[in-house]
Design a binder for this molecule. Structure first.
Ligand code: SDX
Length: 409
C-alpha cells in the first residue's frame, strides 16, 4: 500500500492508498482528522464504499458483472443465472440454479391488499408511482420482511415481476392477470410477460427480455444504487430501501431517460429536423439535452448501448419498420460526428435504444423505467446483501457551509 502526504497551511498527514483489484487506486481519507474533509459536488471523484459486484472502466467501455464481461453474459445466460451471479457472486451450477428458481417460485406472490390498493390509485398514475406505492405498502407490512438477508433478497426479486406487471396494467386501465403462483411451468421472464400481456410470450420475446433485463441489472454506484445504500445504512427494512432506490431511478437524468428519449424522438419526428435538435442540445441557453446520450462514467461507448442497438435491429427487422425507428440511428450518427459531442465525450448510453426495443416489444413509453426497475432490483438487492455482510456504518457525508456566521437575535 503506497502513502501520500497531504499538506495544508497548518497540517501534514500521511494517508494510505488502497490498490483496487481493477481500475483506480483510492486514497483512504479515514485517516483525516474528524473536522477535515474534501468537497466533491456530485461525488464525481468519491468512492464511498467497497464492492465486489460490478466493475466499469469508463474509458475502455468495459462493464463486468462479478468479473464477467456484459457482452458475454448477454449471449449465453437466461436472466435467472445473472440474478444468481449478482446476488451470490458465482454463476450457478445446474443444482444451485434449480434450487434458486424453486425459491423464486416459492416467493412469487404478493398480499391481496396490493390488488385492493390499486383500486384507489387514479388510472392516470405513472407506472413508476404505482410501483413505488406497492413497494411502500410491502415496506409497511412487517410480516413481509424475513430475518435471513439472502431469503429477503430472493423474495423481493421474486415479487418484483408481479408488482411491475400490475403497475403497467393499471396505468393502461387493464385488470391484473392472475397466475397460479405455484405454476412452475413458466420461468422468471415468461411468467412476467404472461402477467404483463396476458398471453404466453414467444421464445423470441423472452430472449429479448432476458437481454434487456441483463443489460439493466447492475451498474455499480449509480444514483439509485447509491440511494439504496444510504437508505439501507440506517437499518431500514429492505422494501423501504428499495422504495428509495425506485424514487431515484425515476428521474430523467437517470432511469427515466429511456422514456424521455422516446419523447424526444417523437418530438423530432423526421430526419430533416435532426440538425435543429443537435444545435438545441449544444446551446447553453437551451436546457434541452440529447436524451440517451452522455454518462457520468463512460467517456467512450457504453457497452450496453451496442448490445441494445443490435437488439433493436433484430427486433425491428421482425416488426414493421416505423419512421421513428429509422430516426434514432441517423440522430446517433449526426451527434457522433459533431465536434461538440466529440469534445464532450458524449456517446449513446443504455437508454438510447432501450425505449425503441421495448416499444417494439409492446411496452408503453411511460412503463420503460419500470422495466429498468425490475432489472435493477437484482443489482440493488446484491448491494443490500453486500452491505448487510459488511455491516456498513450509517452513510452521513459532511457539507461546505456557506450560510450566515453565528449571529444574535
Ligand atoms: C443512466 O450512473 C449510471 O451508471 C447510470 C446508468 C445506470 O445503469 O444506472 O448508466 C443509467 O442513468 C444513464 C444516463 C441516462 N441519462 C441521460 O441519457 C440523460 C442525458 N444525459 C445527461 O443528462 C448527462 O450526460 C448525464 C446526467 C447522464 C451525466 O451528466 P454529468 O456526468 O453530470 O455531466 P454534466 O451534466 O456535468 O455535463 C458535462 C458537459 C456539460 O457541458 P459543459 O457545461 O461542460 O460545456 O456535457 C454536456 C453538459 O451540458 N452534456 C450534454 C449531455 N450530457 C452532458 N449536452 C447535451 N446532451 C447531453 N445528453
Amino acid at each position: 500500500m503506497n502513502q501520500i502526504n497531504a499538506t495544508s497551511d497548518q497540517m501534514c498527514f500521511e494517508l494510505p492508498i488502497f490498490q483496487a483489484n481493477l481500475g483506480n487506486s483510492v486514497l483512504d481519507a479515514s485517516g483525516f482528522p474528524v473536522d477535515f474533509y474534501f468537497q466533491d459536488i456530485g461525488l464525481k471523484h468519491t468512492s464511498f464504499c467497497q464492492s465486489a459486484i460490478c466493475y466499469i472502466d469508463g474509458s475502455k467501455g468495459l462493464l463486468l458483472y462479478r468479473g464477467y464481461p456484459i457482452e458475454e453474459l448477454c449471449k449465453h445466460f437466461q436472466f435467472e443465472s445473472i440474478m444468481y451471479l449478482l446476488l451470490f457472486g458465482e454463476l450457478p451450477t445446474s443444482r444451485t440454479l434449480k434450487s434458486f428458481t424453486k425459491k423464486l417460485i416459492k416467493y412469487r406472490h404478493i398480499p391481496d391488499y396490493c390488488y385492493s390498493l390499486l383500486e384507489h390509485l387514479p388510472e392516470s398514475s405513472h407506472p413508476m408511482g404505482i410501483l413505488l406505492t406497492l413497494v411502500s405498502a410491502l415496506a409497511a407490512d412487517s410480516s413481509q420482511s424475513l430475518d435471513d438477508p439472502d431469503e429477503m433478497a430472493i423474495r423481493i426479486v421474486a415479487q418484483m415481476p408481479i408488482l411491475v406487471a400490475l403497475s403497467q396494467r393499471h396505468a393502461r386501465t387493464l385488470k391484473p392477470v392472475h397466475q397460479d403462483s405455484n405454476d412452475d411451468s413458466l420461468g422468471y421472464v415468461p411468467d412476467f410477460l404472461f402477467r404483463l400481456f396476458g398471453q404466453i410470450p414467444t421464445e423470441h420475446t423472452v430472449t429479448a427480455f432476458d437481454q434487456i433485463l441483463t443489460l439493466h441489472a447492475e451498474h455499480e454506484q449509480n444514483a439509485s444504487t447509491c440511494t439504496l445504500r444510504v437508505s439501507g445504512s440506517t437499518g431500514t427494512n429492505a422494501y423501504a430501501a428499495l422504495a428509495a432506490a425506485i424514487t431515484a431511478l425515476w428521474g430523467p437524468a437517470h432511469g427515466g431517460a429511456n422514456e424521455a428519449c422516446m419523447q424526444m424522438l417523437e418530438a423530432i419526428k423526421t430526419c430533416d429536423r435532426i440538425p435543429e435538435y443537435i444545435e438545441k442540445a449544444k446551446s447553453k441557453e437551451d436546457p434541452f439535452r440529447l436524451m440517451g446520450f452522455g454518462h457520468r462514467v463512460y467517456r467512450s461507448r457504453d457497452p450496453r448501448a451496442d448490445v441494445m442497438k443490435s437488439l433493436a435491429k433484430e427486433v425491428l427487422d421482425s416488426k414493421q419498420d416505423k419512421p421513428l425507428f429509422r430516426l434514432a440511428p441517423s440522430l446517433e450518427k449526426r451527434a457522433l460526428e459533431d465536434p461538440y459531442f466529440i469534445s464532450h465525450q458524449l456517446y449513446p448510453n443504455v437508454d438510447y435504444y432501450s425505449g425503441i426495443v421495448q416499444r417494439a416489444l409492446g411496452i408503453e413509453n411511460n412503463a420503460f423505467t419500470t422495466i429498468f426497475a425490475l432489472a435493477r432490483t437484482t443489482g440493488w438487492m446484491s448491494h443490500w446483501l453486500e452491505m448487510m455482510r459488511d455491516k456498513t456504518p450509517i452513510i452521513r457525508p459532511r457539507q461546505h457551509y456557506i450560510g450566515p456566521r453565528k449571529r444574535s437575535l
